[in-house]
Write a protein that binds this ligand. Structure first.
Ligand code: TXA
Ligand code: MG
Length: 345
């Protein structure tokens, strides 16, 4: 396929130019970042951006992140940037960090869902960086998945649902972080996390001295309630099967509770830590990684959520992780995958 560029394990990026030309001419490019794959288009081209919404089946009021490769690009799209905002960008860029800034006129309102702010991120993934640089424009890119589905962290997971909707595909192998970027808005000089991700609250606290977490991160958004990050309103990450998330600080209690739940079903599936996977005595267990290595779990979680339905389970029980570090991002995704069906024991 002409529009496919395989850059797995390659250090020379010849060929990205062709993808950049697709961006410049208003097309869609599927490309890797360090967090998840992105579905990219020229972020300053109203029509190109509209095609992203169509390809994903995404609601118009859910704003897109603009991906940049330089601070000049930031200045082009955002205004009134405060010292704290600059400090955050310098600390966490390039990397899995998105900052919501006041937008300039040049940013089409279709990108921002009608808001007067714009989410901006400078990815660290070299392929993403080169693509933005050669395109010479900020690239609007949501996670590459049909709206509502888990994000894609490798090409195989999303090829089927997106390949025929894009003009160019770059394969960069597995994404390193595995969950999306942390989205932050600075309000009254306090960084507020609107969506947890690759940069943890603890890391932000260390740089700025304070950090707040929006209450919707682990809670449900009520019908009609106003949220700072519109993406939080929508059903997300959920398999078709019914899922329950169980958490306990006490591992014995956790395993007991999960055994009790699964005993009531015919074909249960447990998504388990490596440490507990042999304790459930059922045939369908997926190992999500060691509970002592939350980064590993973060990296695996979307691929696992995509596999769930293939087991045809009558119940899926998922082990929760502590809300610390990247655990907060994992729990935010899992709570949504389970449609707020969380049991703490
Ligand atoms: O890691 C990532 O952020 C990936 C990769 C591709 O960069 N992108 C991504 O985009 O996750 P998306 O569209 O799936 O999620 C963007 C999130 C949504 O929850 C959206 O509501 C929020 O960012 N967001 C974007 N612009 C915003 C703004 N101006 N104000 C508040 N929230 C915003
Ligand atoms: Mg998304």
């Amino acid at each position: 396929m002409e529009k496919y560029l395989d850059l797995r394990n390659k250090l020379d990026f010849n060929g990205i130019e062709a993808a950049a030309n697709v961006i410049k001419s208003g097309g869609l490019v599927l490309f890797p970042t360090e967090t998840v794959y992105g579905l990219g288009a020229n972020g300053l081209d109203e029509n190109a951006v509209k095609n992203i919404f169509i390809a994903k089946g995404r609601k118009q009021d859910n704003p897109l992140i603009l991906h940049v490769s330089s601070y000049e690009m930031v200045e082009k799209i955002a205004t009134d940037i405060s010292d704290i905002e600059r400090q955050l960008m310098e600390a966490f860029w390039p990397g899995p960090f998105t900052i919501v800034l006041n937008k300039k006129e040049i940013v089409p309102s279709s990108v921002t869902g009608g808001l007067d702010t714009v989410g901006v991120r400078m990815p660290s993934n070299k392929i993403a960086h080169e693509l933005i640089h050669l395109s010479d424009t900020p690239i609007a890119a949501p996670s590459a998945n049909i709206s509502g589905k888990p994000s894609g962290t490798n090409l195989q997971d999303i090829f089927g649902e997106l390949a025929d909707k894009v003009d160019f595909i770059i394969d960069g192998g597995e994404c390193k972080v595995g969950v999306e970027s942390t989205v932050v808005r600075v309000i009254n000089n306090i960084p507020v996390i609107l969506r947890p991700g690759g940069i943890t609250p603890e890391m932000i606290q260390e740089v700025i001295g304070v950090v707040e977490v929006d209450k919707h991160i682990l809670g449900k958004v009520e019908e009609g309630e106003k949220v700072m990050s519109p993406g939080m309103k929508y059903r997300h990450y959920a398999p078709n099967s019914k899922c329950i998330l169980v958490y306990s600080e006490d591992n014995l209690k956790l395993v007991d509770k999960i055994k009790k739940i699964t005993s009531e079903y015919k074909n249960p599936l447990v998504i388990s830590s490596t440490e507990n996977k042999n304790l459930y005595n059922i045939s369908n267990v997926i190992d999500m990684g060691s509970k002592n290595n939350l980064s590993e779990i973060a990296q695996n979680i979307f691929t696992i959520l995509r596999k769930v339905d293939s087991y045809n389970p009558d119940i899926v029980v998922i082990e929760g992780v502590p809300n610390e570090g990247i655990g907060l991002a994992i729990m935010n995704r899992l709570i949504r995958a389970c449609e707020y069906n969380l049991q703490i024991v």
